[in-house]
Design a protein around this ligand. Sequence first.
Ligand SMILES: C[S@@+](CC[C@H](N)C(=O)[O-])C[C@H]1O[C@@H](n2cnc3c(N)ncnc32)[C@H](O)[C@@H]1O
Length: 281
Amino acid sequence: MNKLILGDNLDSLKKLESESVDLIYLDPPFFSNRSYEVIWGDKGEIRSFEDRWSGGMDHYISWLKDRVEQMHRVLKPTGSIFLHCDYHANAHIRVFILDKIFGEDNFRNDITWQRTNNPKGSQYKKKNLGIATDTIFWYSKSNKYFFDDTRIRTELEAELVADKYPKIDEYGRYYEYPILRSASKGARPNLVYEYKGFTPPFYGWVVSKEKLIEIDLRGDLGWRKNGQPFRKFRPHEDPGKLVNNMWDDILRIQSNSKEAIGYPTQKPEALLERIIKMASN
Ligand SMILES: C[S@@+](CC[C@H](N)C(=O)[O-])C[C@H]1O[C@@H](n2cnc3c(N)ncnc32)[C@H](O)[C@@H]1O
């Protein structure tokens, strides 16, 4: 528990028991051949960095494949791997590593992480488009993998709250939501009752009288000038949208953010939090 291992992951993985790991997030060098991959600068790291680039793409793929094979071995049958990469090698990684080791049937998603909306260099005239996205491949070890997408809804952004909840009362923002059933759904005699002098037609209220009183006491029942009731739907009741495979709501670490340690490819905790919540228990 709570153990951090520093070392070449091939050696370290070989020491781990088979089927002992719930979830893997892997953020390997991206085949971008950039020296920022060297953090510590010790001999081992520099050698590993130089080794990886000596033989081009094939060499990189076989370097990574050896490690992903070990990751597959240590994963539990209910486990998943999330492999973060980008355009430099993503096609090769999917076809030559993940499909081969995990199997095409265990491909779950390719997730696009939009890490910036203002890619470097986009302000200059270039001969191609700026790159705003990374790829995260999700493969499971079997079809019995853990997944709970209800834990990863997107929150409504502050500036959107005002648009979506245009009205305001002493309890805060809301929009008007029906409290009466729609006529097309037919008669519901048990939901036709009188409340504060108002009795709906045959189609009735959407809730029982007990529930209606609760809503009213919370301050969530409103009345239009024409005497029609409505429900006040408030931002805290908004469950957010289910997350899909386009992750454009998690920005890369800004240089002034609390998490930032200055390493150029540092990934935001929010990204990891989403993966951990959806794919582990
Ligand atoms: C894209 S960066 C990861 C960034 C990291 N996820 C973060 O948020 O700061 C790739 C990392 O892989 C490490 N690395 C390269 N070869 C390795 C190896 N053989 N074993 C373990 N780590 C290695 C590099 O030192 C570098 O930190």
